[in-house]
Design a protein around this ligand. Structure first.
Ligand code: ATP
Ligand code: MN
Ligand code: MN
Length: 374
């Protein structure tokens, strides 16, 4: 790798929400390394470090070509001392010693395995590790009491840790569509999350549900869930009711952290396997051959008045969302959530019925979902 002056210096704006980040990444070796360190920090309850690595990785994801020399990086935002050291290490030695040692560390491996259980977060995993539990086998023999989510998570561990394909997401969309239109004709669903950003696989499938007439969406979730349950599509579900109005007393547009207060359902779907032509009669169908797989599905219901904010908030990526809120607060004096946008200077809520309007309120160029893959 040269460091000659012939290579152009990259220039990138500092907030991820000012950039167009497609799924095409010219620097995967570097971004994979930084993402792994971000993941390790997040799993170790070091969120600040986690965000710093995520931001650094996102800057490299936004570059129009592969980085050829260290001089091209000068002037790029969000590349701190630590991230630069990792990048240099990869350049000079072909790999980062910190990344390689993290990958093989017992603690990181255990955190990955245990948080791979639906319902298990970094805190729980850390407690278990301190009690000597490093894998699923040890967990099952430990006598730890698991809550309902964790029991389901353990039961469907392999399925849930296998990426969901776009085809499977579409099959689930059809099912949810049918459920929604059966219990409330006119209600609409939209695929959000990574699939809306154009990803071909995901760790789950996310849907936003609304109705064009304000108020008609109230009470919709339990009905949708009952329909899905009656048809045998749910292996697990936990519905949380809407608590947005209660929270308004806490301060305008400012739910704690990034958690929103929509009525939502975290579930595990039982998706019938999509068999290829002729496979049905093949000898594959033994007693152990399951005809379904478990898939994580998130459902959220939003009133139409908040729909644009909910759509923007549930499309991601997580870093893009975080950067939008940071931009709103520090550059515009506004509070953005998945419910509303509040202007702290004008002391009023800014209405929007489309994502485009929200970007306009924020003084940002509109970035379509496929370019929000920061
Ligand atoms: P993947 O393909 O791995 O599922 P994803 O981008 O769809 O990636 P999710 O974790 O499904 O990631 O999250 C999708 C979006 O929903 C993100 O923008 C995230 O900010 C939002 N989100 C997830 N959980 C919550 C929550 N509890 N409250 C508010 N927003 C959330
Ligand atoms: Mn998702
Ligand atoms: Mn999700």
């Amino acid at each position: 790798l040269g460091s000659g002056p012939e290579v152009a210096v990259f220039s990138v704006p500092s907030y991820a929400c000012q950039r167009r980040t497609t799924l095409e990444n010219h620097n995967t070796v570097l971004t994979d390394a930084l993402s792994l360190l971000a993941e390790n920090a997040e799993l170790s309850d070091e969120d600040g470090r986690g965000v710093a690595f995520r931001r650094a990785a996102a800057v490299l994801k936004a570059l129009p070509s592969a980085v050829m020399s260290i001089s091209q990086l000068s002037g790029l935002p969000c590349l701190g001392e630590h991230s630069l050291r990792v990048i240099k290490d990869i350049w000079e030695n072909g790999a980062s010693s910190e990344v390689e040692s993290t990958k093989v560390s017992e603690r990181f491996k255990a955190l990955k395995v245990l948080t791979g259980i639906f319902g298990v977060g970094a805190k729980t995993a850390d407690r278990w590790i301190r009690e000597g539990i490093h894998d699923l086998h040890q967990l099952q023999n430990s006598g730890q009491t698991l809550n309902r989510a964790q029991q389901a998570g353990l039961q469907h561990y392999d399925d849930i840790n296998q990426p969901v394909t776009k085809a499977e997401a579409c099959a689930i969309e059809e099912i949810v569509e049918k459920a929604v239109s059966s219990v409330l004709p006119g209600a609409q669903i939209i695929l959000t999350g990574g699939f809306r950003r154009g990803k071909q696989t995901g760790h789950d499938v996310d849907f936003l549900i609304t109705h064009p007439e304000e108020g008609r969406e109230v009470g919709l979730m339990p009905k949708v869930v009952s329909w899905l349950e009656a048809q045998g599509f749910l292996l697990y579900q936990k519905t949380t009711r809407n608590s947005y109005l209660e929270s308004k007393a806490d301060g305008p547009g400012r739910p704690p952290s990034n958690m929103d207060r929509f009525e939502r359902c975290l579930s595990i779907f039982k998706l019938p396997k999509m068999e290829k032509q002729g496979a049905k009669d093949s000898q594959n169908v033994t007693e152990n051959y399951r005809r379904w797989r478990a898939v994580r599905v998130d459902l959220v219901v939003s009133p139409i008045s908040q729909f644009a904010f909910a759509l923007l908030g549930w499309t991601g990526s997580k870093l893009f969302e975080r950067e939008l809120r940071r931009w709103a607060r520090y550059e515009k004096g506004m509070s953005l959530s998945s419910h509303a946008l509040y202007d702290n200077n004008q002391r009023k809520y800014l209405r929007a019925s489309s994502e485009e309007e929200i970007f306009a309120h924020l003084g940002l160029e509109f970035i379509p979902p496929s370019e929000r893959n920061a």
